[in-house]
Design a protein around this ligand. Structure first.
Ligand SMILES: [Zn+2]
Length: 479
């Protein structure tokens, strides 16, 4: 939603009130994205403490600002990711070929490069930087006092070490959630026997319980209702006697830890470091907890709603009906390349000018253009790409065309992002009770044989004392 700023203290304000303040001339627009207004005189409103919540994803990150009771603002931030990798690859290819053509042969040097220990690939760091710059931006505009971040998909620590965070993990609903999420991810949300993604999935004891199978995660597979009933209490070797290849694959897969997406993992931990450097308290939550909160509040899945549900601090009500989430897309801040080249590496077009600005505008500015005559008569709002002739390229929501610079007026200066608005949120207000430790089906309580379990994770403030015993102990990898 809209919020108001008077130098430092700021408060979330309902759009209707913001409109009224603006028309009455009591406030002025301070920033367009995110929409911020500034009071012209001191406001008597109470200042709420806000929490910034983040759900980092590989392509899109959800952002939400939440007060004690409600969502105040939300957005989805799209990263550049693969674009950066491709551009770097292009540059590398051109440089390699140029070196071959322009210099005499020299033997390759060997092992003479060092990377800092915490080095991450530029495409990954761009995600961290995007989120960091948005968190800092939001902190400047609103009184944010705390940050929540989704750190891991499945909180294996809490699955195994129940005393870490109260009893709701031990025997509450959350417990089953972490296991279920983990298995859904491990088996790609498909039935292991027939491969269907349709319909509800059950957790199936691969080696049936009635024949001595354990409740450990490594003995659990996903199965559709049909296959689950068909299998009943048969041993896997009997049930899959006509499909020996599948049997062999499942035997192997069920004991293997989840495929390691080290990149996402590393990015999330790095992000935690960066967020902690802001000096605000950072709360971390797991994906299982996020999903649990989202279901509890009855919210449909989206990046922003996931962000709003991160962590234990999630409010017990949601009020965001009629709001359109801001869609932020990282666009980069220009290029260092001096001359464009064709696919063979030959220069194309004139070299880049020394000046980024043309007639006071630069590429990436968002402008309002009032065209008095011609094909495009009317008012347009969009992002421009400057040309040195003074005839800019304007890209609006629906079309893109050339426009003279003299018709353009700034709305928002280039900051490396482009903006749009998402679908109208039609979420009804729902107030739920805080989580109470509810006992669940007792068979789910001993899903883990904790004595034989261990993880490699090193979460802050926890000491791992248990070691893996036996051969079946599955090692969980964090996301
Ligand atoms: Zn099936």
């Amino acid at each position: 939603m809209y919020w108001i700023q008077i130098r430092n203290p700021a408060i979330g304000v309902h759009p209707a009130r913001a409109r009224k303040l603006l028309t009455e001339g009591k406030a002025a627009v301070f920033r367009r994205y995110p929409f911020t207004i500034i009071f012209k005189s001191k406001s008597k409103d109470e200042i709420k403490e806000l929490r910034c919540k983040i759900d980092p994803g590989a392509k899109t990150t959800g952002l939400a600002i939440v007060s004690e009771t409600n969502i105040v603002w939300c957005a989805e931030l799209e990263h550049r990711g693969f674009q950066i990798r491709e551009k770097l690859n292009d540059r590398r290819t051109l440089r390699r070929s140029r070196r071959n053509r322009k210099t005499r042969y020299r033997k390759p040097r060997f092992l003479n490069r060092k990377r800092p220990s915490c080095w991450l690939a530029p495409s990954l760091m761009s995600r961290v930087f995007n989120i960091e710059s948005w968190v800092k931006k939001l902190c400047r505009l609103a009184p944010i006092t705390a940050i929540s971040q989704e750190l891991v998909r499945f909180d294996t620590q809490k699955m195994i070490d129940p005393e870490i965070n109260g009893t709701e993990y031990q025997r509450g609903e959350l417990f089953g959630y972490e296991v279920r999420e983990y298995l859904l991810e491990k088996f790609n949300r498909t039935c292991v026997y027939c491969g269907t993604k349709q319909g509800p999935t059950h957790l199936d004891h691969f080696h049936p319980k009635s024949k001595g199978g354990s409740d450990r995660v490594s003995n659990l597979v996903l199965s559709c209702v049909k296959c689950n009933q068909k299998k009943d209490n048969q041993l896997p070797a009997d049930f899959l006697s006509d499909r020996p290849k599948l049997l062999a694959r499942l035997e192997k897969q069920r004991k293997q830890p989840l495929a390691d997406t080290a990149a996402v993992n590393a990015t999330r931990w790095k992000l935690k470091e960066v967020l902690e450097a802001t000096g605000l308290p950072v709360e971390v939550g797991s994906g299982g907890l996020t999903k649990f909160n989202r279901r509890r509040l009855g919210v449909t899945k989206s990046h922003w709603s996931d962000a709003a549900c991160v962590g234990k601090s999630t409010p017990n009500s949601l009020n965001i009906k009629g709001y359109q989430p801001l869609l932020i897309k990282a666009m980069g801040r220009g290029s260092r390349q001096m001359v464009n080249s064709d696919k063979y590496g030959f220069p194309r077009g004139a070299p880049k000018s020394k000046h980024k600005f043309v007639c006071g505008f630069q590429t990436g500015d968002i402008v309002k253009a009032i065209v008095p005559q011609g094909k495009y008569t009317g008012t347009h709002t969009g992002r421009i790409a400057v040309r040195y002739t003074g005839s800019f390229k304007l890209k609006t929501k629906t079309q893109s065309f050339s426009i003279n610079h003299k018709y353009c007026r700034y709305i928002h200066k280039s900051d490396g992002f482009s903006y749009g608005f998402g679908e109208l949120v039609n979420q009804k207000v729902k107030v739920v009770k805080p989580v109470i430790n509810q006992l669940i089906n007792p068979t789910q309580l001993n899903l883990f044989d904790t004595a034989e379990f261990s993880t490699q994770t090193t979460q802050t403030k926890t000491k791992r004392t248990r070691k893996a015993k036996g051969t079946e102990g599955e090692q969980l990898t964090l996301f």
